[in-house]
Structures are given as C-alpha cells and as structure tokens.
Design a protein around this ligand. Structure first.
Ligand SMILES: Cc1ncc(COP(=O)(O)O)c(C=O)c1O
Length: 420
C-alpha cells in the first residue's frame, strides 16, 4: 500500500498509439536540487527566440560569444597539430607532463614553489571542484564560500551531504571580504574556505591584507583547506592581484585556474588544481583525489596541447583582449551611473557587473525583474539571488563583453524598462 502511494503514475501515449499508464522513475534528490541560474534563464530566452525575437544575451561569461575576443591563433594551431599528429589517445590521468610542467612554472612565477607533481589537469575548474568536493566532504561538513559566488560552490557540496554557508562580501565597499563574518562562521566542520579572486559575479579583487586575513583565520582551524579560484587572474585591472598560495606558509591552498577565461577557450574544457600543502597535511585526501582522477581516465589530450601553447608562448596578444574588455566594462559602469534605479560598485577585474536594483518595489523579486526585462525588452541578464540567496537578492549580473554598439542598445532597453 505504502509503495503504491509513493509511485508517480502518468498516462502516456505508447509508440503503438495506445494510451498506457506508466510508473515514472524518480530522480535522485541530489540531481533534483541542482540549480545553475546562469543557464536556467536561457530556457525562456530560447522560447522567445523561437517566436522570432532577437535577444541580447548577457548571461554567460563566455568571451567567444562576443566580437573581438577570439582564442589566439597559435593556441588553435597547437591544438590542430596535436590532432594531425594523432595525439588523440588517452593521456596520463593527472595531465600530460609538458602541461603540468608549464603550469607549475606559471604558478611558481606567482610566488610559490610549485612542482609539476602538485598539478592535476582537469576538464575545467568545474571538474576540479567536483573532485575536490568528492574527496574532502562528508555528510555534515561545510564549505564556506563568498556571498555572492559562482553557483557550483552552492550546487555541488550538497551532493555529498555537506552544506555551503556564505560569508559576507560588503556590498557598499566594493564587495570587500568581511573577515569578521568569516571568523564568526568558522567551526570544526568547515573543511573548505573558498576565495574567488577576482570574484564572479562582483569583480572584486582581494587586497593582500584581505588575503592574509583570510589565511590567518584558516590557520586557526586545522581541518580547513583554502580553495583559491583564480580563473580570472589575468583580467585584474587593479594590478593588485596576488596568488593566495604565495601568501600561505601554513594553511593548505588549492589554486584553481585554466584555459577558459584568460586564454579565451572555455569550450576546450581544460583547467587545473595546483596543491600547495606547506605543512604536509593533505596526503590522505590527495590519495583520494588521485584515485578519482584515475577513475575518470584523463582530460582531453589535444586540448591540453592547445593550453600548453598558451602558457609557453608570448602573451602579448592578451593586451588587446584586456583593453577591449576594460573599455566595455567602463562603458557599462558609465551607462549604469546615468540610469535612475540602478547602482553598481566598480569592479577591479573579470568581466561582470553585479548591479543593484535600487527601487524597493523592483528589487524585492530580482528573478521576476530579470524575467520581465527578458519578456518585455529582450535583454537577458541573471538574477542576483542565483549567485547568493542571502547576499545577491535585489541585484542582477550582467556580462559586459558585447561590443559597445550592442551594449549601448542593451542599456537603452534597460533604461526604457525602468521608465527613464
Ligand atoms: C569563478 C569561476 N570558476 C570557475 C568557472 C568555470 O571554469 P571552467 O570553465 O574551467 O570549468 C567559472 C566560469 O564562469 C567561474 O566564474
């Protein structure tokens, strides 16, 4: 009887054309709880596109979707050469040695002694996160992440029975880290303390004092490891970026980075984690990580050669990409300052703006704001609460990568929407 009450029965049309009653198979609670706001809002946008509307998409942080930000040619040639030379087999599970060496050299340049054995190549930072969470977390554990943050930091830990607690970034002071808030939320169950620097979605670049303060807190908790997601490090416009690993001589740090943002090839799906373990306490968890890496075979072999070319060749090309991004960011900040009803802290890096909706009436439901803006003006941004239920509501995130001409049109529509 009890079994029957849990069954989900549904009338379906069978391929023979007859109606039949079927029992719908349940989804796991893990998968059903996953949300990824950045792509979830695409569903209604696609519906509008099907009806013939042209949508200005400012939701996904993919530089390749916009003019003037291509993957550098020498990286593409290296990828193609790898394909042509039949480097299409499975590679070593931790990454091809040439790339691990180049990553270690690049991390060492940032100020800490990174050996190639400290580097594990993954299918993007996203896969590194999945592997880290799977290896560190047990039910009841906590991940302390900035609020707001890039959504997988909230979505994945719950798959292991852990929870993500957010620490406050100060919305009135450039989204600085609130160290007192971190202190008040630390306890024995916090296994991972996350810093995203520069931050997505706020663009804040942490100062060396903020970083040292965060490391100092982590040091007081022997079970805590720092995740330093530095995937936007080459897009720091303040020149104050410092690597977290370079500042820590006690607390362990996992530095995350990859080809997606600063090397303009997110579709290649290559990233890495570099382990800085100055006190030598991560041996067991590292063994777990290596087991998981071996069990998922390897990252894409030819794509690793493409990234290798990016790391080892001249990076002068980056100047042009950086200045185009800065120009577009500045344009957006300027336009927002002219629109009544919107406010924004100037970001130090990355290519996002996290915009505050100042009218109480509109800000009370930021998702509704975003869906109405999409429906009425065909501009797609992402609701702030998708980046933090607690600290993101009343905001939206926009990607500032479209050309100035398209950005101008988007702001005209946003301004119209707000009645200005
Ligand atoms: C902070 C942050 N980390 C990681 C990623 C994803 O990195 P990857 O493409 O290497 O999986 C993103 C993508 O937007 C991001 O913003």
């Amino acid at each position: 009887m009890e079994m029957a009450s849990q069954m989900h029965l549904k009338l379906q049309i069978h391929s023979s054309g007859c109606e039949i009653m079927v029992e719908i198979i349940d989804v796991s609670a893990r998968a059903a709880a996953i949300e990824y706001a950045i792509r979830d809002v695409v569903v209604p946008a696609v519906e509008l596109e099907k009806q013939g509307h042209e949508i200005i998409r400012m939701n996904v942080g993919d530089p390749l979707a916009f003019d003037g930000l291509p993957t550098p040619k020498h990286m593409i040639s290296a990828y193609k050469d790898a394909l042509d030379n039949q480097k299409n087999g499975y590679g070593p599970s931790y990454g091809i040695p040439e790339l691990r060496e180049a990553i270690a050299a690049s991390e060492t340049k940032k100020g800490w002694a990174c050996d190639m054995d400290d580097v594990y190549v993954t299918h993007g930072v996203t896969e590194a996160l999945q592997i880290i969470f799977a290896s560190f977390l047990e039910p009841g554990d906590k991940v302390l992440a900035p609020g707001p943050h890039y959504p997988p930091y909230m979505a994945y830990p719950q798959m292991y029975g852990a929870t993500t607690v957010e620490y406050r970034l100060d919305p009135t002071d450039g989204w600085r880290i609130d160290l007192e808030d971190i202190k008040s939320k630390m306890d024995e169950s916090v296994r991972l303390l996350v810093l995203i620097n520069p931050n997505n979605p706020t663009g804040n670049v942490a100062s060396v004092e903020e970083i040292d303060g965060l490391i100092h807190i982590a040091e007081q908790w022997p079970k805590c490891t720092i995740i330093a997601d530095e995937i936007y490090d080459g897009l720091d416009f303040t020149n104050k970026f410092v690597s977290v690993a370079s500042r820590s001589n006690k607390a362990p740090v996992l530095a995350l980075n990859g080809v997606s943002k600063v090397y303009f090839a997110p579709g290649w799906r290559i990233g890495y984690m570099a382990w800085h373990d100055p006190s030598g306490k991560l041996g067991l968890v590292r063994d777990g990580v290596e087991r998981l890496l071996r069990s998922r075979l390897c990252a894409s072999t030819p794509a690793q050669f493409g990234y290798l070319a990016g790391l080892t060749d001249d990076t002068d090309w980056l100047k042009g990409h950086r200045s185009r991004i800065k120009e577009r960011l500045d344009f957006c900040i300027n336009r927002i300052s002219e629109i009544e009803g919107l406010e924004c802290e100037a970001p130090g890096g990355a290519f996002y703006l996290f915009v505050r909706i100042s009218s109480d009436k509109l800000s009370s439901d930021d998702k509704k704001f975003v869906l109405r803006l999409l429906e009425e003006k065909h501009v797609l941004v992402v609701h702030g609460s998708g980046f933090s239920p607690e600290y993101g509501h009343g905001h939206f995130r926009m990607v500032c990568l479209p050309s100035i001409e398209i950005l101008d049109e988007a702001f005209n529509r946003i301004s119209d929407f707000l009645g200005g």
